[in-house]
Design a protein around this ligand. Sequence first.
Ligand SMILES: [Zn+2]
Ligand SMILES: [Zn+2]
Ligand SMILES: [Zn+2]
Length: 349
Amino acid sequence: MRNLQNASHRRFNPLTGDWVLVSPHRERRPWQGQMEKPHEAPALAYDPNCYLCAGNPRANGARNPQYKGVYAFDNDFSALTPGLSCEAVDEGGLLVAQSEAGICRVLCFSERHDLALARMETSQIEKVVAAWTQEYETLGALDFVDYVQIFENRGAAMGASNPHPHGQIWATRSLPNEVAKETSRQADYLARKGSCLLCDYLALEETHRERIVCANEHFVALVPFWATWPFETLLLPRRHLGSLADFREGEAPALADILRRLTLRYDNLFETAFPYSMGFHQKPTDGRAHESWHFHAHFYPPLLRSASVRKFMVGFEMLGSPQRDLTPESAATRLRAAPENHYLDRGAT
Ligand SMILES: [Zn+2]
Ligand SMILES: [Zn+2]
Ligand SMILES: [Zn+2]
C-alpha cells in the first residue's frame, strides 16, 4: 500500500488485535459541532476549597497532612473494596459475574495546586515515579492483587473532578480488559517469533522515524502507527523491562524527563492545559514471570484541532471501529514541532 497519507485505509493494533479506520481526506471538513470550554490551568498555588491541597479537610472528614511533594492515600470513594471472598455466578455462560476485590488509591503529585507534570521540575517528577514504583510493589505484593493500574485523568474533558495535579492507582484481583488483551497478544508474539512485540516495534519505528515525537537515553515517545485518539502517544523504554520495579540506575530520572517533555509539548500544541487520560501498562503481579511483557505508557488526549474542538467516539466508532482523520504521521510532526518551554512560563523576560 503506497497511499497511507491520502486514501482511506485501516490499521492493525498488534497489542490489542483491534483495527482503526484512517480517513486522511476528511481532515478539511468544516466543524459545526460542540465547542469545548477553555482548559485553563488553575491560577492559585493553594486553594482553601480543594480536598487535595495540604492541610485541607477531605469529604470523609479526614484531613490531609502538611505534605510537600507527593502524598498518597486510600480513595475516600473507592470503586473497589479489599477482602471480598471469591464468589461467582454462571448461568449457561450468559449470566456471568465474579466478585472483584481491590484497592483504590489517590496520589497527589505536588502540594502545589497550580502545577501539572508539564510544569514540574524533572526532580519533582522523579519523586512521583518513585511513589508509583512503591505503590506498584506494595499493592502488587498483596495476595489478592493480580494487577496494579496506575493512571491520571487530567482536565474536566476527561472527567477529572479536581484540577489539583494527582493520579490514581487501582489494584485489582483480575486483569482489566485492555491488560488481558495485551498480555495474551504479547505472549502469542513471543511464542511465534521468539522476540518481544514492543522491542521489535520500537526498532521498526526507529528506522522510519516519522512517528517519533521525542526521546532520551532510555525512553522514546511516539504516535503509534495504530493510534486512535488524534494526538495519542505511546511511551516505551528502550530496554526490555516488565514494570517500574525492574528499573535500573538512570531509568527513573529518564522517565521523569520524557514525561515532562511530552506533556509540555501537549500543553504547547494548543496553548492550553491539555486534557488526557494516561496510564502505565505493566506486567501483572500474579506471581508468574510474564517474560513477554514490555512496560509502557499510553496517553489518550481527546482534543482534535484546537483547544475547543474535541474528538467524540460515537456512531461508527461505538458500533464498528474507531476512526480518525488526522494521520498519526501528521500528529507526530505537529507534536515534534511544539516547543519545549511552557507557554505559561514564557513572556516578559
Ligand atoms: Zn489543591
Ligand atoms: Zn521488549
Ligand atoms: Zn498498553
